[in-house]
Design a protein around this ligand. Structure first.
Ligand SMILES: NC(=O)c1ccc[n+]([C@@H]2O[C@H](COP(=O)([O-])OP(=O)(O)OC[C@H]3O[C@@H](n4cnc5c(N)ncnc54)[C@H](O)[C@@H]3O)[C@@H](O)[C@H]2O)c1
Length: 316
């Protein structure tokens, strides 16, 4: 299969590309090294991916509609895994308009380009944030209702809606995957697990926003597995939660980190606006329809991530 991964120089993208190369697929990455976090680090990701096989790389900004249509038309892939986006809830509160560009507009460009290049399959990286603050957990796919609480979430919700539009216009198959707090080696440096490990290694104080919260932390290999399984689905439009399916409280996460870093200094601040309090994915739909089954426990996942951090201190 010839597969385009947009955002393939990012965290989830590099792991997806590596796995696809290992399986003998033809991988084309489109990324423009957005400076949301270090472009040097993203270039390193591409180097790591290349160790798994020969990858085609295009440095291109997907905001350019014409060139995106042209590029994807030239590659003519069987499938597109669209991961490129500006992530991060807190930055979206500062720069909401950027999220319309990087999460909505580029998705429309990719969807249009896919249709024009006769692509059969598009996978879209959505987020658990589209559920907003709900009175009950676990969260199942039917519970999203647009009542989100951050510009990031609003743009993902909107992009999901455009995916539906283009699935109907071009009759290709679109899979919406709602990822839940992904962590692991090469994890995004702005996210809790990666940030806490770095701070603990440097002897810095770790700041926790609000007590008692929890997240359905999902190990990156399990997410990649979900992405790959979705490539085999042929429904015109379908939505799945891709999460661990078992939440970890902040207290438990800190307990696991303290085992490795006993001197860790923790300070509690106020809950951050825009962040939902707790997430917990109901993954029964993905299990039933895709055969999705996460296999990495939080204990094992954190252990592997810390091992990786010690080996790659220069890139934290
Ligand atoms: N990591 C998580 O926990 C998580 C959770 C839910 C959803 N997601 C979604 O999964 C996807 C991947 O997330 P990630 O954590 O790997 O993020 P990431 O920031 O590491 O990767 C995104 C990549 O997209 C690229 N990109 C952004 N705008 C682009 C553009 N206009 N043209 C070309 N490339 C562009 C960036 O340079 C980056 O390399 C994103 O859509 C994100 O919103 C991630």
């Amino acid at each position: 299969m010839k597969i385009v991964i947009t955002g393939g120089a990012g965290f989830i993208g590099m792991h997806t590309a590596t796995q696809l190369l290992k399986e003998g697929q033809e991988v084309h990455i489109i990324d423009h090294f957005h400076p949301y976090y270090s472009p040097v680090r993203k270039k390193k990701h591409i180097e790591v991916v290349s160790q798994a096989g020969s990858v085609h790389f295009y440095e291109h900004n997907l905001l350019d509609r014409e060139k995106t249509v042209e590029l994807i038309g030239l590659i003519r892939p069987d499938a597109i895994i669209h991961l490129a986006a500006l992530p991060g809830v807190s930055y979206s509160l500062k720069e909401p308009l950027l999220y319309v560009d990087y999460d909505v507009k580029i998705t429309i460009n990719v969807l249009e380009a896919a249709g024009k290049a006769d692509v059969k399959k598009v996978v879209f990286a959505s987020s658990s944030s589209v559920y907003g603050e709900q009175p009950e957990i676990p969260l199942n796919e039917e519970m999203a209702n647009g009542r989100v609480i951050s510009p990031y979430a609003a743009s993902k919700w909107s992009a999901e809606s455009f995916c539906h539009v283009y699935a109907s216009l071009y009759s290709y198959s679109v899979s919406i995957l709602r990822f839940f707090t992904v962590y692991g080696p090469w994890g995004r440096p702005d996210m809790a697990v990666a940030k806490f490990i770095k701070q603990a290694m440097n002897g810095e104080t770790i700041e926790i926003y609000g007590k008692g919260s929890g997240r359905d932390y999902t190990y990156v290999d399990d997410v990649v597995n979900g992405i790959l399984l979705s490539l085999n689905d042929h429904q015109n439009y379908a939505v799945w939660n891709i999460g661990a399916g078992s939440p970890t409280s902040m207290t438990r996460l800190l307990e696991l980190l303290t085992k490795e870093f006993p001197q860790m200094d923790i300070r509690y601040g106020d809950h951050r606006v825009g962040d939902v309090f707790s997430t917990w994915a109901d993954i029964s739909k993905a299990k039933q329809e895709l055969g999705f089954q996460p296999t990495t426990s939080i204990e094992e996942g954190i252990k592997r991530t810390i091992e990786w951090a010690y080996e790659n201190k220069a890139y934290l």
